[in-house]
Write a protein that binds this ligand. Structure first.
Ligand code: GLU
Length: 463
């Protein structure tokens, strides 16, 4: 069998973490088996669907690198196809026109509810052998209803949840076309999954209730039924449904906050799926490992600290030039001046080790790209009379030395020894003069990065 999976978001907001995980699992499954991953935009809810939301989905998937092989298919562009299938179903007798008004349908539901039964359409317009249908009311446009089987069960082996069985008695004769002829949600999904030859439907478990309806429709139209896997929701650390309170819910907030896509992917991969104790792995590895047997039945909990930890891991591995280009815009926003300043990639190398986000690198690296403005009080405190000759000596030695950390570190120590000072006595004022800050990376690294000319000119002002 050739594996064909799809991600079928409704473009009604942003791409949220749950959606991204669904996309990731569907993508990885197709990749693992050399199959096809399809992107389908379920945009039939005209009031809630927007082009911006479509773009947000595409941007999010692009950021994550979840490349689709087919699509995007837009349901709104497939209306003719849906109408064609509905016409065929009417011919085949698997669907029928229903002229009951919304009020009448509501009244039947009410009656059933009062009788303690599950509210459903009572089948007034459902044709049966030997049954006479009521006269067609004038001036009323019918809906089209699906002729759901009356008896028996719909059952499937959900790859996450195990066998699920629903009695057909629980299921209504679903409206598949509205009075204006537009098809409804579950019907479109069934036709699409058929036409797109989807073999594995991986989606959120908010769709479990739709599955038996879609399966019945698929069978009625003579389509094969795919395998279904319904992923439990992602919850916040407090066990509540994931929401804004728990941090960013939209995937595209993460690049803005300084997360790398590989960290997000690795993080999402472990939300509801496991491979032994493996926590850190590449997408290549994931695509080799990903299976449907190790999906968790219980809801996954979003853990921002773990995401940060992974982000730090991938930041440490990331190429410094790439990180530099990622943070440059944020640094420009903060007023960084790059002309004549140290190379940004070199500053990144110095700052990335402990950063949880690239924004933290940007913040930390700013000290190399702004004019230092040391506080006068701090200068008075750290640049004492005893230090002045040492600074002069230091600046003088700067002229003749090879400009490298390896040479600067021992020279720094020689100056300290010559003036009987300890490390902070000289390092603190130099830090202040060079950067305006007392906390910087190791002083020899900072000196090396600024370069001889900047160091000499900034320190000489105080001699
Ligand atoms: N459009 C649905 C959603 O965004 C997904 C439908 C499906 O995967 O079958 O929740």
């Amino acid at each position: 069998m050739i594996v064909r999976t799809r991600f079928a978001p409704s473009p009604t907001g942003f791409l949220h973490l749950g959606g991204a995980r669904t996309a990731l699992f569907s993508w990885a499954y197709a990749r693992r088996f050399g199959g096809t991953f399809i992107l389908r935009i379920e945009d039939t809810d005209l009031e809630r669907s927007t082009p911006e939301a479509v773009q947000a989905i595409i941007d999010g998937m692009q950021w994550l690198g979840l490349q689709h092989d087919e699509g995007p298919f837009y349901q709104m562009r497939r209306m003719d196809r849906y109408r064609e299938v509905i016409a065929q179903m009417l011919l085949d007798g698997t669907a029928y026109y229903c002229y009951s008004s919304p009020e009448e349908v509501e009244a039947m539901r009410e009656r059933l509810r009062a009788a303690g039964e599950k509210p459903r359409y009572d089948g007034t317009w459902r044709p049966e052998p030997g049954k006479t249908l009521p006269p067609v009311p004038a001036d009323r446009k019918p809906v089209v209803r699906f002729k759901n089987p009356l008896d028996g069960d719909v059952s499937w082996d959900d790859v996450v949840k195990g066998t699920i069985t629903i009695s057909n008695r629980e299921l209504d004769d679903l409206v598949i076309a509205r009075p204006d002829g537009t098809p409804t949600y579950n019907f479109c999904v069934a036709v699409d999954d058929w036409d797109m030859q989807v073999t594995h439907v991986i989606r959120g478990d908010d769709h479990v209730n739709n599955t038996p309806r879609q399966m019945n429709i698929l069978r009625a139209i003579g389509a094969p039924v795919p395998l279904y896997g319904h992923l439990p929701m992602i919850l916040g650390a407090d066990g509540e449904k994931l929401s804004k309170r728990h941090g960013a819910v939209s995937v595209m907030e993460y690049p803005a906050e300084g997360y790398l896509p590989e960290a997000m992917l690795n993080y999402l991969a472990r939300l509801g799926w496991s491979h032994g104790d493996d926590e850190v792995f590449s997408m290549e590895q994931f695509c080799e490992w990903f299976d449907l047997d190790h999906l968790s039945k219980s809801a996954a909990q979003f853990n921002p600290e773990k995401l940060q930890w992974l982000n730090n891991h991938y930041i440490k591995l990331a190429d410094n030039t790439r990180l530099a280009e990622l943070i440059r815009p944020a640094m420009l926003d903060r007023g960084a001046v790059f002309d004549g300043a140290p190379e940004l990639a070199a500053a990144v190398a110095l700052m990335k080790e402990r950063a949880h986000t690239t924004l933290e690198i940007a913040e930390a690296a700013m000290l190399f790209y702004v004019e230092p403005q040391p506080e006068a009080a701090l200068l008075t405190q750290h640049y004492t009379e005893a230090v002045k000759p040492a600074l002069a000596d230091f600046v003088q030695r700067c002229a003749g030395i090879e400009w490298s950390r390896a040479a600067l570190a021992p020279m720094f120590k020689e100056v300290l020894a010559a003036h009987q000072l300890k490390m902070p006595h000289l390092a603190m004022p130099i830090r202040l003069m060079l950067t305006g800050q007392l906390h910087t990376p190791a002083i020899d690294a900072v000196l090396e990065l600024f370069g001889r000319a900047t160091v000499v000119s900034r320190l000489s002002k105080y001699l």
